[in-house]
Every structure is written in structure tokens, then in C-alpha cells.
Design a protein around this ligand. Structure first.
Ligand code: FES
Length: 104
């Protein structure tokens, strides 16, 4: 598994951007103790979802307020109509880990 950051760096209801170099960036979310990573880039345009607002499991893009279900990556609020990738994260010894991304 790939270490991302300490779990304490992503507070409940919060989000943190995690750069992956040439593979782009992830947005890390903490939904009441369940952690997810999604693509940081919105599927609608050039915006960073880690700068958006999180409400009831949905992240709202800071540019046009489109929304994605964080756990599934599915678009749930227009103008977004293309999904983003979403990965459940594992917590181990206080760290956040993800499985290697076969698409990266
Ligand atoms: S760039 Fe995200 S909703 Fe338009």
C-alpha cells in the first residue's frame, strides 16, 4: 500500500490536497472517520476539489459549484456530468494508505 499522510492531517469534514507528481493530485476526505481519496481535478474544468466545500458526503467544486459523491465519485449536482475516480483509504498505525492505482 502507498502511504499518503497522517490521518490526523485530514480532520473530520475536512479535505487536504495530496500531490502525486506526474500523476496529478488527489483530494483526501474524512467523512466522519471514513477516509477517501478522489481526483483533485474537477471533471468539468480546471478546478481543485480540495478547495471546495464538503456537505453530507458531497464535495462542491469551488468554480461552478458542481457536486460529486465523495464515496463513489459520481456527479450529483450540475453542471458536472462526468464522474471522478474515488478510492477508499485504509488507516493503519495512524497513517492513510491507498492501494496502488492501476490507472496511474
Ligand atoms: S470546474 Fe468544477 S463545476 Fe465547473
Amino acid at each position: 500500500m502507498i502511504f499518503l499522510c497522517p490521518a490526523a492531517d485530514v480532520p473530520p469534514g475536512g479535505c487536504r490536497r495530496h500531490s502525486r507528481g506526474r500523476h496529478g493530485a488527489l483530494a483526501l476526505f474524512n467523512l466522519d472517520g471514513r477516509f477517501y481519496a478522489t481526483d483533485d481535478r474537477c471533471s468539468h474544468g480546471n478546478a481543485s476539489l480540495s478547495e471546495g466545500d464538503v456537505d453530507e458526503g458531497v464535495v462542491y467544486c469551488p468554480l461552478h459549484a458542481g457536486g460529486f459523491d465523495i464515496a463513489t465519485g459520481e456527479p450529483v449536482h450540475p453542471p458536472c456530468d462526468e464522474p471522478i475516480r474515488s478510492y477508499p483509504l485504509h488507516v493503519q498505525d495512524g497513517g492513510l494508505y491507498m492501494l496502488p492505482d492501476p490507472e496511474a
